[in-house]
Write a protein that binds this ligand. Structure first.
Ligand SMILES: Nc1ncnc2c1ncn2[C@@H]1O[C@H](COP(=O)(O)OP(=O)(O)O)[C@@H](O)[C@H]1O
Ligand SMILES: [Mg+2]
Ligand SMILES: [Zn+2]
Length: 249
């Protein structure tokens, strides 16, 4: 016998419940079905465990964090206006400033509030999975990995540029961004690299110069991103070091 989940007491498992308002009786979709859909979408989004706590509602933006208020505002506005305005976001800032938190907070709101399919991928992890798929002993093909990345309505690509660029890396990132661009899909990107052209930043004499987004993904893809995304510069301290270090000791 199949052990099924507890039967919903409101709809007795039918997914429909009747609501009465005086003499007016109607049948509507039961919340249990909506919740099931939300749960399925959340699972499909593959949000990593360490970011599960991230919500727009617990993203701090006052007191010492007030420099983040415009970024949080832009995130809320994005959620509100999606999908009428489906321009993506490019969240730029140094490590620990809260880019991933904000990106995860956004897709959770889209899932829970609007029932929209979203997918989270760390850039390094994605490239690793694609590379792995070339290995004959791995069952998943390149397209198995890429299909959800191409097709999911809203994609978060976290830490764009974090892999040392090679021709293969550039080709792969171009394929992903161009496919999503051509299909008019929304992409939310985070990066630690400055949004400047390749070779733009000269380091002090003798020191390695700081790399830019242009260096890491190429100028073509950087300008493609400008067509796909609204840019949000996030300024602040490393949240982990400055504000949470006590709890990590
Ligand atoms: N404004 C904020 N309010 C609450 N938590 C934050 C905020 N900014 C960062 N954090 C937390 O600090 C940690 C690092 O943030 P994260 O989003 O991973 O930074 P980034 O992606 O910019 O490197 C996470 O646990 C995150 O939840
Ligand atoms: Mg991050
Ligand atoms: Zn029900």
């Amino acid at each position: 016998m199949k052990v099924s989940a507890a039967v919903c007491p409101y709809c007795e498992g039918t997914g429909w419940k009747s609501v009465s308002n005086g003499s007016d009786r109607r049948v509507t979709r039961c919340d249990c079905r909506l919740q099931a859909r939300t749960q399925a979408l959340l699972a499909a989004a593959r949000i990593p465990k360490r970011y599960e706590h991230c919500e727009l509602s617990n993203f701090e933006f006052d007191g010492p964090h007030r420099a983040l208020a415009p970024s949080r505002m832009a995130a809320c506005k994005f959620v509100e206006e999606y999908p009428l305005d489906n321009t993506g976001l490019l969240l730029i800032g140094s490590i620990g400033v809260g880019k991933t938190h904000l990106a995860v907070g956004i897709i959770k709101e889209l899932i829970v509030g609007k029932g929209i399919a979203c997918l989270f991928y760390d850039y390094r992890e994605l490239l690793k999975q694609i590379q792995n798929s070339y290995n004959d002993s791995v069952k998943a093909t390149e397209l198995d990995v890429l299909r959800p990345v191409f097709d999911t309505e809203v994609l978060v690509l976290d830490e764009l540029g974090a892999v040392k660029p090679t021709e293969w890396v550039w080709d792969t990132v171009s394929l992903i961004l161009n496919t999503r661009y051509n299909d008019n899909r929304t992409t939310i990107i985070t990066t630690n690299f400055d949004d400047r052209p390749a070779g733009a930043v000269a380091g002090p004499r003798g020191a390695a110069r700081e790399e830019t987004l242009g260096d890491r993904i190429g100028e073509r893809m950087r300008s493609r991103l400008h067509e796909m995304c609204r840019i949000i510069k996030m300024e602040g301290e490393d949240f982990r070091q400055k504000f949470r270090s006590a709890s990590f000791r």
